[in-house]
Design a protein around this ligand. Structure first.
Ligand code: SF4
Length: 447
């Protein structure tokens, strides 16, 4: 039975979760949120107002690690002004638990990945005095808080649902398998429960996330069945699939894109490189022509579909000719959205000891070179969008207008269209015409 104190002198303790990193972390934070509610803690409006401040960390690349450390240091400063408990959770805690214990005594507790749904119990065990006055919790309130917690910030028309955790691929630059362990898929039943909860809380769009979506069900059709079942959930208007490894399974999945109308016209498939040699050193599959045909197929099965991909520049042994291949790919295939990461060696990965390391300065030069090419291509892409009408959803209404997202754009990652109409409603679906653009975002009219 969930507990919380109910009298003035034993007010319930509150919590706030700061989430860093990717949408997968957002889902894990939601799971922690629900676990903390069950133990009788209440959500606080911000970190400064909370009794427990939890930081769900990221350490995917060097920049993410730096951001995590800075956030912890800032939170230590904040904590000094109160009796707050600071709890560090997730990937960075998994990787650097000893360093946190040794060097950051201000952190009251840390625990790694895989325990998000037990966060409440862990806190209760670690800080029993903070929970000892708890009395029985009002079930209705818990139900309402749990539902509202499904939608981040309580007002977003989309929600993330995680279908698996961990990864078996072993890309030689990636620390995630060390942090998250082997691939484990969630049952179809639990994915459907989470989807229905999110829809009941007001979400119109569900984004299925994982470290490796197409690994779900391995060589079976379980993933196709899962997507079909989720797509049939009543009230779901947009289904978005994220992180599709560029291989045969993604190719097969694309057939479903053509058949299920409300799968968003969006392919997120991180290539990381297009040079066969670099991909081999990265322990990844594919090469230029395969990726080109995969992306062409995606555009053919779902007209209007847009593609997000990513590239890592400066992997050990990468030559100038390899960089030219990426440039040629961007100019020829024109993926609409491109993330560029400078390679950063991660201790514990196979790439860490590879010969042929490049200097940071050279890596930055390569990233900037490719970025300039991409931004030039993006101008053409934007130009071709002007005057076109897109299916869209309203993400946010602000004082002088609304932030509208075309279905070709994923929440929080991609571009938005600013519309000078503040009478729209969050979650409203309809059509937007693109009128002009900035470097990334656009302006338009709701029609
Ligand atoms: S597919 Fe590769 S890059 Fe992605 S999580 Fe797995 S090991 Fe990391």
């Amino acid at each position: 039975m969930p507990k919380v104190s109910t009298t003035e002198d034993t007010l319930p303790k509150s919590f706030f979760i700061t989430t860093l990193g990717c949408p997968k972390n957002t889902v894990d934070s939601m799971s922690m949120h629900q676990s903390l509610l069950k133990e009788g803690l209440l959500p606080a409006a911000g970190p400064e107002a909370s009794d427990f401040h939890l930081i769900n960390t990221c350490t995917f690349i060097q920049d993410a690690t730096k951001e995590t450390i800075q956030t912890i240091l800032d939170s230590i400063d904040l904590k000094k002004k109160s009796k707050q408990r600071l709890v560090v959770v997730g990937c960075f805690a998994e990787r650097a638990g000893k360093e946190i214990s040794d060097d950051l005594p201000e952190v009251d507790l840390h625990f790694g990945t895989g325990k998000y749904d037990k966060a409440g119990e862990i806190l209760r065990k670690s800080f029993p005095l903070d929970f000892k006055e708890a009395k029985e919790f009002n079930e209705d309130l818990l139900e309402r808080l749990t539902l509202s917690s499904v939608i981040e910030n309580y007002s977003k028309p989309y929600s993330y649902v995680k279908i698996s955790d961990g990864c078996n691929r072993g890309c030689s630059f990636c620390i995630i398998p060390n942090l998250r362990g082997k691939f484990k898929d969630s049952s179809e039943e639990s994915v459907l429960v989470e989807t229905k909860k999110a829809i009941a809380a007001g979400a119109k769009e569900i984004c299925l996330v994982s470290q490796d979506t197409v690994f779900y069900g391995k060589d079976t059709d379980k993933l196709l069945d899962l997507i079909q079942s989720v797509a049939e959930v009543k009230g779901l208007e947009i289904l978005r699939l994220l992180y599709l490894y560029p291989d045969k399974k993604t190719e097969k999945l694309l057939d479903l894109y053509g058949k299920i109308g409300h799968i968003a016209p969006y392919l997120e498939s991180p290539l990381q490189h297009v040079s066969k040699d670099v991909l081999k050193a990265m322990n990844r599959t594919g090469e230029y022509s395969y990726f080109k045909s995969l992306f062409e197929k995606a555009r053919a099965v779902k007209p209007g579909l847009e593609i997000r991909t990513s590239f890592i520049l400066g992997f050990p042994g990468e030559t100038a000719a390899d960089v030219d291949e990426i440039i040629r790919f961007i100019q020829e295939v024109k993926p609409e959205k491109v993330n560029l990461f400078p390679y950063s060696p991660q201790e514990g990965t196979k790439g860490f000891d590879l010969p042929g390391k490049l200097k940071d300065k050279e890596i930055s030069k390569r990233v900037n070179l490719v970025r300039d090419v991409y931004l030039e291509t993006l101008k053409e892409i934007h130009q071709s969008r002007i005057g076109k009408v897109y299916d869209a959803i309203v993400d946010e209404v602000i004082e002088d207008g609304s932030m509208v997202r075309r279905l070709q754009d994923a929440p929080e990652i991609d571009e938005v269209v600013f519309v000078e109409d503040a009478n729209l409603k969050v979650g409203q679906t309809g059509k937007v015409r693109v009128d002009s653009f900035y470097e990334l975002d656009m302006t338009g009219s709701w029609i």
